[in-house]
Design a protein around this ligand. Sequence first.
Ligand code: RB5
Length: 165
Amino acid sequence: MKILFASDHGGFDLKRLLAAHARSLGHEVIDVGPHAADAVDYPDFAHDLARRLVAGEADCGVLACGTGIGMSIAANRHGGVRAALCHDAFTAEAARRHNNANVLCLGGRTTGPGVALQALEIFLSAPFDGGRHERRIEKIETAAQAGQGQSSDAPVVFAPRERQR
Ligand code: RB5
């Protein structure tokens, strides 16, 4: 398979480890950056990878930042991208089988190298189960396009109440 890889500084080492492993498994790797460990903004790289994936440059993608959270939020803004934040082989397998995820997101500060490599391997080999999951995947895209996934255009503000004393 052809696989896009990207990270920020928080996921830089993990990305390089994962990309090398994917190469050793016989996959073609496209590293869209960064190419040095200096601090960068994760959305720049998540959007770049997502645009390339949607354009058909590769079969799937792998994103790594400190937690994988920022990368997954940014990549999922792109229609057709199903970026799954995974923490281990179990979540990576479910992401493929149930969610037909096409981008694996991992955290360089949260997931150790051995577990991350297991997650990558199962992500690259597990099939989408289809069936009832097909309908649910379709609803993600159709509801978002019809505006059913949002109640207004106003920004959604998350303001937790102060903890009761
Ligand atoms: C960078 O410090 C960190 O915020 C980033 O790598 C990521 O964890 C964001 O979700």
